[in-house]
Write a protein that binds this ligand. Sequence first.
Ligand code: WT7
Length: 655
Amino acid sequence: MATIESILHENRVFPPTGEFVRNANLSGMNAYETLRQAAERDYTGFWAKLAKQHLTWHKPFTRVFDDTDPPFYKWFDDGELNISWNCLDRHLTTQADKTAIIFESDEGEVIHCSYRELHSQVCRFANGLKTLGVRQGDRVVIYMPMRIEAVVAMQACARIGAIHSVVFGGFSAKSVHERIIDAGASVVITADEQTRGGKRHSLKATVDEALVMSDTNPVHSVVVLRRTGADIAWQKGQDHWWHDLVSQQSDVCEPAWVNAEHPLFTLYTSGSTGKPKGVQHSSAGYLLGAMTSMQLVFDYHTDDIFWCTADVGWVTGHSYVAYGPLAIGATQVIFEGTPTHPHPGRFWEIIQKHKVTTFYTAPTAIRSLIKLGADLPGQYDLSSLRLLGSVGEPINPEAWMWYYTVVGQSRCPVVDTWWQTETGSHMIAPIPGAVPTKPGSCTLPLPGIDAAVVDETGLPVGQGKGGFLVIKRPFPSMLRTLWNDPDRFRNTYFPADIAGGRYYLAGDSAHRDQDGYFWIMGRIDDVLNVSGHRLGTMEIESALVAHPLVAEAAVVGKPHEIKGEIVVAFVVLRENLPEDQRAVAIAATLREWVSSEIGAIARPEEIRFGENLPKTRSGKIMRRLLRALARGEAITQDISTLENPVILEQLSQTV
Ligand code: WT7
């Protein structure tokens, strides 16, 4: 096998494999070019055609695109539809008995749920929500285990036009609280506990805690799914068992026909300030992006068994679990557990058992699976696979090659998909059968996505030169605003200094090679990517300084073999520099603290204490220097302005 270096140096392009022939939609670069040019020639016409083809409208749209109030763009905005109807009802005439979801629990219990059954569950739950007083436009927080019911809850909200905001089950009570308050949610849907990797974690108790964190909260009802049967506190009048709520409900629920621009959901994500952003998505444009990419990037075939391993707490679990696969009528696997429990071959076992054809996971999972047993996939029958996908962070060429050769047996194209919570669906990704792949590159923008790499004024940079990744034209699936914060939306994503505020600024840096292929280099802001999860350094810093022992803190990322990046915290205590034992104890306390303030994913892996932090004359923390210290690199920057160079020595020591 060729070495990674040779591939990178020769820039070898993987030719389309035999399997590409199955792609009925497209074949060869000519097809890609044809589509791309069609979008370029008649941009709005291109999207309008797709919107008519993919979505079923209650009232057809006549206006395609509205840019009268940039950057608050609208798509198809005089049309009406219902997203749950598009995901469920329209399949009932043709494929009601087709399996929509193959669910496998943490313990290995398997449930097959047909489109008919899913539709009925969604209608009953939607009717249940109505009896609690939930109306169109109301916000509902969903804090659930990765089970069919999580999808039912989301779809039920969509059915009645309520705006859901899913909070990942690993987030703390404080994070749940902040999201409830920001969204102004009147209902929370949760479970007694969740079970992952054989371990139970309370959900209802965390919600209870979140609800008493301020004197008033907007929540009047909490719906609780019984998952483990654990003892939970119960507040009469407020709390309702899921099974009681649906027991008397009809399985007919007329959908709310909403405007194309009606917010389908908000999803909170980290930015460069301490406060998470409520990314607000539309209905029609969002679903169109999810469906188009299901077809183009995942090359959807009716007999596919699609498996996206993401949790519904992240955008990937929205677009490629809760919405995209259902809208296109696919059969998908939903797995509640972790890749390695009860044995390191669990993922491969699931692929074998359910004959998965399309497998979509994160580089961090791929790397940890390599570590656990690079030859393990060989012990399972993975011949059902025909397409592999990657998402969440740059995939290193080594992991790409292993994925391609060992998991896909050099037979399955690998689609490395670049996108974000804000973009709603894939932006830069190969179309299998049309676009040849290169390990480590997400290849070329999808047709209709005008991506570019530019300098700080918005001018294109030359080939091979790093710059800001932007999308030059608004596209249907993009976020519409930040919940309650239109100014932050404009300033963050459409900064005036770049092309006069006309471009969508992704927040990543990238460069393009001689074939125009995109290579993502990393974030341009203070956002970390730990195991494919986005974390703001400021968020973690705010959590740390909220602890009574801490005077000051700075957080940076450090490259990590499996997680991509880990959190390194530099901390100045209110007390003197602690001796060894005390330092270890305080570090443990602070790790726990960050877990309880944000969630376990934000816990600093390394903590370093110093009497001060390195700052510039104007008092700015020298983050570049801290990053070098975290990596154990030689300091090459000018440190002549440092008042107390001895702190560099202190900050080099990890507790
Ligand atoms: C950030 C978005 C997209 C859903 C999951 C994460 C990084 C994402 C890739 C990729 C290189 C990637 C970017 C992006 N990212 N996919 N294929 N190659 N980087 O969504 O939490 O909104 O994070 O993840 O830095 O900006 P998110």
